[in-house]
Design a protein around this ligand. Structure first.
Ligand SMILES: [Zn+2]
Length: 987
């Protein structure tokens, strides 16, 4: 394969010593262009892995093995708290300072069931080492103030009515998590499949156990596990290894090797299967039938057994990974339930790997039928084996995804870190999962020698494995109220037991906490943080190579980039003049086009073809405004990616689904509709803020209305209605789909977008000519923008927390205020809103965002215990922005942070797509240059003037939408001046 497979030349050799470190091993992995170093710190025993490569987005992370002993959430509360401050950086919230005032491209912390990881990334060398320096100090030497513990963990307080309640950021975060059926399902499996290990505890914290955590136990957990001896440093990027070693030698000076036992006991294998039963909350008026989920899980091999782990991941994919997978197909086709359970698949972030499969949308009386079907299907697979095309397709997927450079919301380094940890954390070789070509080759050889290899794995780890758990999750209309009632009773009895002195202590403590939170950091403390100068920041924008061309008579945009042997093709169809009544059906058209049969092949055969010849086939609908704000665009995108050797076939697949799709398979159509409905429904609780934001924005512009129609609650309702009335409406629906297809999939509304390197581009352009087989159709007609009715809405959802959105119209990208509003939104988010909604309010998050290409300014809160108070904070945030200038030192941070947000790196596919969107928006490099310069040159007075200019008129356009329980919404309406129109999520 003609690919630039270059690993940096080794700069250190195995056995070599530097700065107190000893290099254990050096290994090159050409397929991902990495030279890997495994290194030990001799004095402390700290372990280090550096993946040296050409990527300039360097990643630094510290990880500890942190197995919990209870469900008080101590690993999670600690994860939130160490980043608050250290002796050296004695601020109240260093994490927030780093997030807002550096060029970080990623900054976060993660609590897993058995480890805690602190990663930061940056593209600027100085910024990178500043971040790494502060992070290491915070993690190893945190202050862990009592106030931080109370704020992040839990504390008691009396609310305005004098009622006693528990508050705390993690406490509220976990209350939100415990409302999500997906989370509850996953918990039930993990905790009951490994009952004799730390995995039986919730490292995140169970809301009823969090208040049991003491400050002393919290500090003790840090002392026990946060030592260099128990640490694993994972580094990635183009900074040479030697520089990291000099830096880390300085950071680790003063630490010794300590005795630490963070080992995780193995779960002993059962000799017979077990079962558990649980409930998740639904709305009081929802029906109970068809809402149970049945899962079956197995404990399988050790993660450190790399080849067995790889075999299991292949087998998991064979069984359930695609529409052609036998176990998936058997479950869906059985009609015993609606779609696969979201926990289906392999879980590798545990010492002993688990596999689970299940059906969602079923009833308790079908449990034994589902269990039997799973057993019988595994039995026949074990006896007869898998289709060899399915196996080839799966091996191709492993190869493809091992090679592809992906940078979505996470840096690529994070993806590789996750793979390394699968084995590294448990004492195994960290490189096995990265060195996928070697493992795949070994597996291929074994498969050739023993054609029953994969079915043998099914027999060994699933069929004949007694360590199996049946988990049934039923809906409950009362569990939410029962929990709240139990909370109230617990609080009432606690309140009754309090002496007057106790009450005074609680009041005094919460007042002291409020004072602590409101008090600004001392300037000396703030000056301890290493900072970049504005002068160090480049005034130049990064550009994406784009060349306009045509393939036949279809206009195309080409981006020649290094893509590691993969080509990306996007097809964008203009859907702006699709008749209004058909617009909400576009998402379904997309799904059916990609997932039904085509060109005489069944959906199953198509699925095999797609898996064998592409790295994925996707569909998406998006809309936006132009940079001048004068018009908008609305597009339906199909995207395909492929290895060079498969380019021609990948494009043929796209042509086939667009020109010869099959809409006749009624069963498949029903299954896909149910899957879509269930997926959307499950997304509401984890993304409540986005549903609220879409609902509020819908009245403000046509692109925002389209977003609501295609992705919001409007879409959920349409799909639910379609699913319920499918029997009567099947023909009408098919007719709509056929009409839409004929209207949309035509050359005259198509724009192609090609991303590849030189050789790939030539071949892709040649292959894409086959798309000229699409009918010409009519060019899109001009459409009139209609005004929509403004309404404040309250959407009732079964959750213990609120999601509060308020959206305003805002000027377009090219407006003179745009750069100032961009900086201002970040400043408000990281300053006023962060302090009042998160720190003082106890919500998981609260922020605002200005979207210049959507023409919107949106305030949102996430997992928020408050509702009306949050709306009041949004109002006061505007008063702050229009009342006083941003202090100078804050200003500099806001500008640096805003530049960091503009410079977020993209992967090759992301670059190609972004360039296409810029083209649709009429956004030129000159516009972007002007915007960047105005951001860099913004001043406190400039922001103040922009805020006054903007908010005076914009506040009148504001629309509010809230997702919360019905009780909370009704309560809010008693005091709100502008009432929320209450609606059910599903009606
Ligand atoms: Zn958290």
């Amino acid at each position: 394969m003609a690919v630039k497979e270059i690993c940096p030349s080794p700069t250190l050799a195995a056995g070599q010593e530097q700065d107190g470190f000893r290099v254990r091993r050096v290994e090159q992995i050409p397929e991902i262009g990495v030279t890997a170093y495994e290194i030990d710190h001799e004095k402390t025993g700290a372990r280090l892995l550096h993946l040296h490569c050409e990527d300039r987005e360097n990643l630094f992370s510290i990880g500890f093995r942190t197995p919990p002993r209870d469900s008080t959430g101590v690993p999670h509360i600690l994860e939130h708290s160490v980043l608050a401050g250290s002796e050296r950086y004695p601020l109240k919230d260093v994490f927030n300072e780093l997030m807002r005032g550096t060029l970080q491209t990623f900054i976060n912390a993660f609590t897993y069931p058995d480890k805690t990881i602190y990663p930061v990334a940056s593209q600027e060398r100085r910024d990178f080492f500043n971040l790494a320096r502060v992070y290491t100090d915070l993690v190893l030497r945190p202050r862990l103030l009592r106030e931080t513990f109370l704020q992040e963990g839990h504390h008691l307080e009396f609310d305005t009515q004098g009622e006693l309640s528990v508050s705390g950021i993690v406490y509220n975060e976990m209350k939100g998590a415990y409302s999500s059926p997906d989370t509850l399902m996953y918990k039930a499996l993990q905790e009951n499949l490994y009952p004799d290990t730390p995995y039986a505890c919730d490292s995140g914290g169970a809301p009823e156990s969090i208040p049991d955590l003491t400050y002393e136990a919290f500090r003790e957990f840090h002392r026990t596990y946060y030592s260099p001896t128990n640490a694993r440093f994972f580094l990635y990027g183009n900074i040479p290894t030697g520089e990291h070693l000099s830096f880390l030698a300085e950071m680790l000076a003063g630490f010794d090797r300590v005795a630490v036992d963070s080992s995780i006991p193995l779960q002993e294998r059962w000799d017979r299967p077990r079962s558990v039963h649980g409930y998740y909350p639904i709305d009081r008026e929802e029906k109970l039938t068809g809402k149970t989920t049945v899962n079956v899980g197995w404990m399988t091999a050790l993660n450190t057994d790399a080849e067995e782990a790889m075999l299991l991941s292949i087998v998991a994919d064979l069984l359930v990974g695609s529409a052609a997978s036998p176990l998936r197909k058997a479950l869906i086709d059985s009609g015993l339930g609606e779609d696969l359970s979201p926990v289906t698949g392999l879980e590798r972030d545990l010492q002993q790997i688990s596999f689970a499969v299940g059906l969602r949308g079923t009833d308790p009386d079908r449990v034994s039928g589902i269990e039997a079907l799973i057993r019988d299907t595994l039995g026949s697979v074990a006896a007869e084996g898998f289709d060899s095309r399915l196996i080839e397709g799966t091996l191709h997927q492993v190869e493809f995804h091992g090679r592809e450079l992906v940078r979505g919301s996470y840096p690529y380094g994070i993806v590789l870190m996750g793979r390394a940890y699968h084995t590294w954390l448990y004492g195994g070789d960290p490189l096995t999962d990265l060195n996928f070509p070697r493992t795949i080759q070994a597996i291929r050889r074994r498969w050739e020698a023993a054609p029953d290899l994969f079915q043998g794995i099914v027999r060994k780890w699933l069929l004949d494995n007694p360590h199996r758990l049946l988990s049934v999750m039923e809906p409950s209309r009362t569990i939410q109220e029962d929990r709240q009632q139990a909370d109230r009773e617990r609080m009432a009895s606690l309140a009754a037991s309090l002496s007057p002195q106790d009450r005074e202590r609680i009041v005094a403590q919460s007042e002291a906490l409020k004072r602590f939170q409101a008090e600004p950091d001392r300037p000396e403390a703030a000056s301890t943080l290493p900072k970049l100068d504005l002068g160090d920041i480049s005034r130049e924008i990064e550009t994406i190579p784009s060349e306009t061309s045509a393939i036949g008579d279809i206009p195309a945009l080409c981006h020649e980039l290094f893509t590691n042997g993969i080509v990306y093709l996007d097809l964008a169809f203009d859907v702006s003049d699709v008749p209004e009544e058909l617009q909400p059906y576009l998402p379904l058209l997309g799904k059916l086009t990609v997932q039904m049969g085509a060109a005489g092949l069944t959906y199953e055969e198509m699925a095999k073809r797609i898996s064998l010849k592409t790295g994925g086939l996707g569909v998406n609908l998006a809309s936006g405004m132009t940079a001048d704000g004068k018009s908008g665009w609305q597009k339906m995108f199909f995207s395909v990616k492929a290895l060079y050797r498969n380019i021609e076939e990948a494009v043929e697949i796209v042509r086939d689904i667009l020109t010869a799709g099959d809409l006749n398979d009624a069963t498949r159509m029903r299954d896909l509709i149910l899957e879509k409905r269930n997926g959307l429904k499950a997304a509401v609780i984890p993304s409540g803020h986005l549903f609220a934001q879409m609902a509020a924005a819908a009245a403000l512009s046509l692109p925002a209305w389209r977003t609501e129609q295609w992705h919001g609650r409007t879409q959920l309702r349409l799909i639910s209605g379609t699913a319920d009335g499918l029997n009567e409406q099947r023909e009408a629906l098919r007719e709509k789909m056929a009409r839409l297809r004929e209207f949309v999939f035509t050359r005259n509304r198509l724009r192609l977008n090609l991303t590849a390197d030189g050789e790939g581009m030539t071949r892709l352009a040649r292959a894409a000519a086959t798309l000229c087989a699409l009918p010409a159709g009519t060019p899109p007609a001009r459409t009139e923008e209609k005004s929509r009715q403004k309404e404040h809405v309250g959407i009732a959802i079964p959750a213990q927390v609120c999601y509060v959105a308020k959206v305003l119209t805002a000027p377009p990208y090219r407006d003179r205020l745009s750069a100032a509003l961009f900086v201002l939104a970040r400043q408000l988010s990281n300053g006023y809103l962060y302090r009042h909604i998160r720190v003082q309010g106890g919500a998981y998050g609260g922020s605002c965002r200005y979207d210049p290409l959507g023409g919107l300014f949106a305030f949102t809160s996430y997992r928020d215990p408050h509702l009306t108070e949050t709306l009041e904070i949004y109002r006061r945030a505007v008063d702050v922005a229009t009342g006083t200038p941003v202090p100078r030192e804050e200003m500099e941070k806001a500008v640096i942070g805003a530049i960091g947000a503009l410079d977020r790196p993209l992967d090759p596919a992301g670059k190609g797509y972004t360039a296409l969107i810029r083209e649709f928006s009429g956004l030129t490099d000159a516009d972007r240059r002007r915007f960047r310069e105005e951001v860099l040159d913004s001043t406190p007075d400039g922001l103040l003037a922009a805020a006054r200019d903007y908010f005076a008129a914009a506040e009148k356009t504001a629309v509010v939408a809230v997702c919360a329980s019905e009780e909370r919404l009704k309560g809010a309406n008693e005091t709100l001046r502008e009432k929320l129109t209450l609606e059910k999520l599903n009606s």
